[in-house]
Design a protein around this ligand. Structure first.
Ligand SMILES: Nc1ncnc2c1ncn2[C@@H]1O[C@H](COP(=O)(O)OP(=O)(O)OP(=O)(O)O)[C@@H](O)[C@H]1O
Ligand SMILES: O=P(O)(O)O[C@H]1[C@H](OP(=O)(O)O)[C@@H](OP(=O)(O)O)[C@@H](O)[C@@H](O)[C@@H]1OP(=O)(O)O
Ligand SMILES: [Mg+2]
Ligand SMILES: [Mg+2]
Length: 338
């Protein structure tokens, strides 16, 4: 591929050697793509792994940390900026910078990211989609937002006709541990114990398996994770109250290499994922996100999107190094063409 008419690189997949040859034995091309990044130290550790850095370097991409204590405009020059940080201040910094430097590709725009930091707005986009259902139907669980006064919750839930069990999720996803503190509620009354603002979402039986659909621009990768087990009628009749549950579908819960019933293990159909990812990519205005999807038990080809995460844990996505470096090259190339 050619950039600035000066450097030519091989394509991803041409050779495995590009990542396996020690850097000292090759002379990588001078970096022509400078990627400034503003990430938490946790994200930096899980994403900017040595293999990614090495592969990027061999393709002329250099990652440079953004110094948050210095004005952004005094740093760089950058070709691309990658970021995932919390707070209005940071969003403002990025927006101001983008206005001043339209030549830099900021991945992704803060207002688009904001959309998926709220569990109501993130799923509204999915609910509004009118996808052809030739490969299955995609919808979202019925849910109710409780903004304040949890004492009125039992009434509101009854009025809305939501059925138990309900998954209770904090409304705002702000990167904190608390934003991932979820509960399963077996009755309406106990809901008044919980802290608003929150989302009450109908629990969908899905045979305990969840699909994480990772999106990087136009690329899609799916992994399988374990999830909450189904809730039976007899569980419902025997249980009451609300129960906090841990992060069930984290990376350690991979179900990729597990012997499962093929009907449960089978990934959602590729054409369905392609159209869903494409639509969300455009409607959300995001390039980097993942979708948590489940297949309803006992209903043929019925899929639910239950969560969308911005700049998720790509470090756990197979071949992410190749996919991500290709993505960056494409971004830089299309900017150059413009
Ligand atoms: N409506 C639902 N029906 C069935 N199971 C659900 C539902 N919502 C959530 N779950 C289960 O709870 C888990 C966590 O829910 P969710 O993905 O919304 O939380 P999160 O904290 O945003 O997770 P993440 O770490 O992916 O950001 C899911 O992986 C799934 O196992
Ligand atoms: O590292 P981060 O803080 O971005 O954590 C994100 C985490 O990635 P990690 O695996 O690198 O922890 C993601 O996991 P996967 O869905 O990809 O498995 C997901 O849980 C996001 O919701 C988290 O972002 P948050 O919602 O808290 O902003
Ligand atoms: Mg999730
Ligand atoms: Mg989430």
């Amino acid at each position: 591929m050619k950039l600035n008419g000066a450097i030519s690189y091989s394509c991803v997949g041409d050779s495995k050697e590009e990542e396996e040859t020690p850097a000292s034995e090759t002379s990588p091309p001078p970096a022509s793509i400078v990627v400034g990044y503003a990430l938490t130290s946790k994200k930096k550790k899980s994403f900017l792994k040595p293999k990614l850095i090495r592969l990027a370097r061999n393709k002329g991409i250099q990652f440079v940390p953004i110094d948050l204590r210095r004005p952004l405009s005094e740093q760089g020059p950058f070709t691309i900026i990658l970021h995932k940080l919390e707070g209005k201040d940071w969003s403002q910094v990025i927006e101001d910078y983008q206005r001043l430097h339209p030549e830099v590709t900021v991945v992704d725009p803060p207002d688009a990211i904001q959309h998926v930091r709220n569990r109501q707005t993130m799923l509204e986009v999915v609910a509004d989609l009118k996808l052809p259902d030739s490969y299955g139907k995609v919808c979202t669980p019925r849910q109710l937002v409780i903004s304040k006064d949890p004492t009125s919750v039992p009434d509101e839930v009854a009025k809305a006709g939501l059925t138990v069990p309900l998954v209770v999720k904090p409304l705002v996803v702000d990167g904190s541990v608390k934003a991932h503190e979820l509960f399963l509620a077996y009755d309406h009354i106990s809901l008044s114990e919980l802290e608003a603002p929150m989302v009450l979402q109908e629990f969908i039986n899905h045979s305990g398996v969840l699909f994480k659909v990772f999106i990087v621009g136009e690329s899609i990768k799916v992994v399988r994770r374990f999830s909450l087990p189904d809730v039976t009628e007899s569980d419902l009749s025997r249980t009451s109250g609300v129960f906090c549950f841990p992060r069930v579908s984290c990376a350690e819960s991979s179900a990729d290499d597990v012997d499962l019933d093929p009907a449960v293990a089978e990934h959602p159909p590729r054409p369905l994922l392609e159209v869903l990812a494409r639509e969300l990519h455009h409607r959300l205005g995001l390039q980097l996100f993942n979708i948590d999807m489940i297949r309803q038990k006992g209903v043929k080809d019925m899929y639910y999107v239950i969560d969308i995460n911005y700049f998720p844990g790509y470090g756990k996505m197979p071949e992410y190094e190749h996919i991500f470096t290709d993505f960056l090259l494409n971004l830089a190339q299309s900017k150059f063409k413009q």
